[in-house]
Design a protein around this ligand. Structure first.
Ligand code: ZN
Length: 255
C-alpha cells in the first residue's frame, strides 16, 4: 500500500522547538518534566529523572499515588513489542508495551532507560495513552497503533498532543546496518539516520515524529533530553551502564 507523503520537516521543526513547553518540577522527592498547560487541564503526567524511585515496591507506589492524587498505577512486563492494552477500572494486564486509559484516577506507567516513552493526550475527551517506543516497538509502529486505538474509541486526532520523553538521541545512539535496513524496508525515511565517525546514528525521536505526523498528529512536544549525554538532570541510561535502573514515564486522568 502506498504511503501518503507527509511534511516530515514540519514535524521535526515542531518537535525540536517544543522543549520550552516542559517544566521541571519536584514534589515529595519526585522530580519530573511535565507540560503545565496539560496538567492544568486535568491530565496528570510526567517523565521522571534518575533521582526518583522506579515504583518497584509498595512504599514507592504509595508515595507516587499520594503525591499525584491517583488511586492506582498500572505497569506492564514490557517486551519490546507493540501490544497496547485499553485499561478500565478493573483491568490488570500483564505483558505489553502500551496502555490506553479513559477512566480517571488510574495512572499508566512505562519504565525506560534510553528508549523513548511517548504519551498521547486528548485533554477534552479525555483519553490518554503511553507507549514504550524502543527501536523494536518503533519499527512495529506502536506509536501509530496507539493513535489509532484512541481515535477508534472516540478521541480526536486534531485535539491530540504527543509528548516525547527523555531518551537516547541521534547524538549518541549508534545502531548496526541491519537495524537501518529494517527501518528502510518498513518505509521509514532515510533522514532518521545520520553517519558520523564510521557509525550509523538513529534518532528514535525523529522516527516517532514521522509516525505521528503520518497519523495526522500535528502537535508534538519533545523534551529534547538525551538520556545518554544529559548531565543535568541525569537519567538512567542502559547504554551508559545503568543496566538495572529505570525511570518512570506516566500519564493519568485526574479524578
Ligand atoms: Zn546524546
Amino acid at each position: 500500500m502506498a504511503k501518503k507523503s507527509v511534511n516530515y520537516n514540519m514535524a521535526y521543526r515542531n518537535a525540536s522547538c517544543a522543549a520550552g513547553k516542559f517544566a521541571r518540577e519536584e514534589e515529595n522527592g519526585w522530580e519530573y518534566y511535565h507540560v503545565p498547560e496539560l496538567t492544568a487541564r486535568g491530565i496528570i503526567h510526567g517523565f521522571f529523572t534518575r533521582n526518583c524511585p522506579s515504583l518497584m515496591d509498595d512504599d514507592e507506589n504509595r508515595s507516587f499515588l499520594d503525591t499525584f492524587s491517583l488511586d492506582r498505577v498500572v505497569t506492564l512486563h514490557q517486551e519490546h513489542g507493540n501490544t497496547i492494552h485499553a485499561v478500565g477500572l478493573d483491568d490488570s494486564p500483564d505483558k505489553g508495551d502500551g496502555i490506553l486509559l479513559y477512566k480517571p484516577g488510574i495512572a499508566a506507567a512505562i519504565r525506560t532507560a534510553d528508549c523513548p516513552g511517548i504519551i498521547l493526550i486528548d485533554p477534552a475527551f479525555p483519553m490518554v495513552a503511553i507507549v514504550h517506543a524502543g527501536w523494536r516497538g518503533t519499527l512495529l509502529r506502536i506509536t501509530s497503533k496507539a493513535v489509532d486505538m484512541m481515535a477508534e474509541r472516540g478521541a480526536s486526532k486534531q485535539r491530540m498532543t504527543a509528548l516525547i520523553g527523555p531518551s537516547i538521541r541521534g547524538c549518541c545512539y549508534t545502531v548496526g546496518t541491519e537495524v537501518k535496513e529494517a527501518f528502510l524496508n518498513e518505509g521509514f525515511p532515510e533522514n532518521i539516520f545520520h553517519n558520523g565517525s564510521g557509525s550509523i546514528y538513529l534518532d528514535l525521536k525523529d522516527a516517532n515524529s514521522w509516525l505521528l505526523t503520518d497519523a495526522d498528529i500535528e502537535t508534538i512536544f519533545d523534551t529534547g533530553l538525551c538520556t545518554f549525554c544529559s548531565l543535568d538532570p541525569v537519567f538512567a541510561s542502559y547504554r551508559r551502564g545503568a543496566r538495572s535502573e529505570r525511570q518512570i514515564n506516566f500519564v493519568g486522568i485526574r479524578i
